[in-house]
Ligand binder design. Structure first.
Ligand SMILES: C[S@@+](CC[C@H](N)C(=O)[O-])C[C@H]1O[C@@H](n2cnc3c(N)ncnc32)[C@H](O)[C@@H]1O
Ligand code: SF4
Length: 348
């Protein structure tokens, strides 16, 4: 079983971000943690073995190691030494002490929200850290013993140019990392940028440029936004449609074709940590998701799950060399056109 734990606290709200995260609620961390432990304990009742753990946010590094100790006390009987345990961190709050304590708890992968190494861009995104702090945080993580370090970058912002992005990638590759998530900026409803959508550079996407610059430095492309020498097993689990438990405000879970939605609001979650709205997925929804996720990543799509009309159209794409067929599955090589390929396969 995979486990996702959500920490919804942030030091500041980035202008692009619509994640379930809140600022100025430090005084609710304690009560949130009590409720989170209750829901984790409840969820673990049905778990035999944990395959991977991902602690995301929000900003997990905005919360003291003290609270993670209690979480890991509950998790530890299910943890085999070899599983991947990732935590997200922001450069400004991932101190040496915090990183060290996470490492001692058994966390073996850190994913830093860096976004850029350009200070002007960081400021315009309302990030709480400078380029220098980001570099230092990654180096610190390496120094305290993390071998698996990832960083997030954002592109297609109005300040971007090939020079700026190339510099970002050069700096990233000068650091001890083995994974990059590079996200095209999305203007989300409810964010600060929603009222200024022109901050997204629309004329020409830098997606091919970013991809080529990362690949030529030796990382492999394994999902539309993810590259690495190391491939995250937790991420691959999501895209392979594996079951996972979600713990925390707004942390969606997925088990046996049902989705579980806890309260996203922190106060509601604190009061009712075991509440979950259940959504039963229909066969068509599952098929659609499997096709989209499979073609967006190296996971691929098993031929046997497709009805014969879809198999025929997938075979046309194989003839046209847009898909590859191997070991009973269809694989896409150009993840940037995955949605078009999926829609072609699924058309009526
Ligand atoms: C939960 S956040 C990461 C952890 C941490 N809170 C941080 O920001 O440093 C996950 C990542 O999603 C990406 N992201 C969030 N909103 C986005 C948006 N609107 N467009 C593109 N990428 C976005 C950012 O790269 C961010 O680092
Ligand atoms: S991007 Fe990260 S730090 Fe910024 S508001 Fe979203 S969750 Fe918080």
């Amino acid at each position: 079983m995979q486990i996702y734990i959500h920490i919804p606290f942030c030091d500041s709200k980035c202008f692009y971000c619509s994640f379930n995260s809140y600022t100025n609620l430090e005084n609710r961390i304690k009560d949130y943690s009590i409720s989170l432990l209750k829901s984790l304990k409840y969820e673990l009742k049905n778990v035999k073995k944990i395959d991977s753990i991902y602690i995301g946010g929000g900003t997990p590094s905005a919360v003291s190691p003290f609270y993670y100790k209690e979480i890991f006390e509950l998790l530890s009987p299910f943890i085999d030494k070899k599983i991947e345990i990732t935590i997200e961190a922001n450069p400004n709050s991932a101190t040496k002490d915090w990183l060290l304590q996470m490492r001692e708890l058994g966390v073996n992968r850190v994913s830093f929200g860096v976004q850029s190494f350009n200070d002007k861009k960081l400021k315009a995104l309302n990030r709480a850290h400078s380029s220098k702090e980001a570099i230092r945080a990654v180096e610190l993580a390496n120094r305290v013993g993390f071998k698996n370090i990832s960083l997030d970058l954002i592109y297609d912002f109005y300040l971007d140019s090939k020079e700026l992005l190339k510099k970002d990638i050069e700096i990233a590759f000068s650091l001890p990392i083995n994974h990059i998530s590079a996200y095209e900026l999305i203007i989300e409803r409810g964010t600060n940028f929603f009222s200024t959508p022109e901050v997204k550079a629309n004329k020409e996407s830098f997606n091919f440029f970013i991809r080529d610059e990362i690949i030529k430095r030796g990382f492999s492309w394994y999902e539309v936004s993810n590259y690495g020498k190391y491939k995250s097993s937790h991420n691959l689990g999501y895209w392979s449609y594996k079951n996972y438990i979600g713990v925390g405000a707004g942390a969606v879970g997925f088990i046996d074709n049902k989705r579980f939605y806890p309260h996203t609001n922190i106060e509601k979650y604190i009061k009712e940590p075991l509440f979950k709205r259940v959504e039963e997925l229909r066969y068509e929804d599952i098929l659609t998701e499997k096709i989209f996720l499979g073609l967006r990543s190296i996971v691929g799509v098993k031929k046997e799950i497709l009805p014969s009309s879809m198999q025929k159209r997938a075979d046309i794409l194989v003839d046209e060399k847009r898909l590859e067929f191997k070991d009973g599955s269809y694989f896409n090589k150009d993840f940037f056109i995955s949605d078009e390929l999926a829609l072609f396969i699924m058309q009526n």
